[in-house]
Design a protein around this ligand. Structure first.
Ligand code: SIN
Ligand code: FE
Length: 297
């Protein structure tokens, strides 16, 4: 038997319809740090008419999953044909500016601390993923995010998603349980770590920065969740269809999630140091440290 969660348990709704929320909008930090997905049902990202033809799978380099943009360096990756570089860069830059404004309005406590912004344009249908990718990369399996080549070293991953499907197709997710019971469930299966390997991987350029014990545990948790068929089917979860023209924010390193359907999305990532949190004790790092009884950085 699966253990259903209700949408109410996994989502916190916020009705702002503007990327610069009114100053009286209450901060949404608390719900987010409890692992809820902050759902913004009225927050659409408008594409310009001349941008609509960019919503085409052929626009992504076939060797890449998504188009990505680093606003700090201006680096744009994954565009198949250079003729699309300029309009996509303009779109990604505009999306980044809007995302920063939203952060300032909804999560002002985080604004001074976020760094390494990056946004992606996701043009492939989710239904096409599974067939192409190995199970480890298959994000239609419930998982928490951990980056193999970019260790977070205990920092948080904060993400904003917007469904920009022009035909009204929903982005369908499964959303899982809070991190504390998740870690409790899996911690007997994760935890092995070799400092020598981490050092070597860094020296060989396989990771940007050293993979800490925490990073190793998060990667093992990510893999253990995806590999556990019965957890996938029966673990606590709620299905939710995010309508096109809506947005949502979460800590995907904390909140189990899986994308089950949909096409055309904008996503924005920030990294956030632990000291920016209102409740660091609710973070994956502190929960895993409490469970294992040792420092993990
Ligand atoms: C993921 O973050 O795992 C995938 C989310 C999506 O593309 O809908
Ligand atoms: Fe993910």
């Amino acid at each position: 038997m699966s253990q259903p969660l209700t949408a109410h348990q996994v989502l916190q709704r916020c009705d702002t319809d503007c990327w610069q929320p009114a100053p009286e909008t209450p901060s949404q930090v608390s719900a987010l740090e409890r692992g809820k997905v902050l759902w913004l049902p009225r927050l659409a990202f408008a594409l310009r008419p001349e941008e609509l033809p960019l919503l085409d799978e052929a626009v992504v380099d076939p060797r890449r999953k998504n188009i990505s943009f680093q606003p700090d360096s201006g680096r744009l990756k994954g565009v198949a044909d250079a003729q699309h570089d300029a309009p996509i860069r303009a779109l990604m830059q505009r999306h980044h500016v809007a995302a920063q404004q939203l952060l300032a309005g909804l999560l002002p406590e985080y604004l001074p601390w976020v760094h390494s912004p990056m946004n992606t344009l996701r043009l492939h249908p989710v239904s096409g993923w599974g067939k192409k990718s190995a199970w480890r990369k298959d994000d239609s399996l419930l998982h928490v995010d951990a980056f193999p080549s970019r260790p977070s070293q205990g920092e948080r991953i904060l993400r904003l998603f917007t469904n920009i499907n022009p035909a009204g197709v929903t982005r369908d997710w499964r959303i899982g349980e809070p991190f504390a019971p998740l870690a409790q469930r899996f911690h007997g299966r994760i935890g092995s770590w070799s400092p020598v390997n981490s050092w070597l991987q860094h020296r060989l350029g396989l990771t940007r920065g050293r993979r800490t014990h925490y990073d190793a545990m998060m990667l093992q948790l990510h893999d253990a969740m995806k590999a556990d068929d019965s957890y996938q089917k029966q673990g606590p979860q709620a299905a939710f269809a995010f309508p096109s023209g809506s947005s949502w924010i979460c800590f995907p390193d904390q909140t189990p999630h899986a994308a089950m359907g949909g096409q055309f999305m904008l996503e924005h990532t920030w990294m956030l140091p632990l000291n920016a949190l209102q409740h660091p004790e609710r973070s994956p790092l502190r929960i895993l440290e409490a469970l294992t009884g040792q420092p993990l950085l």
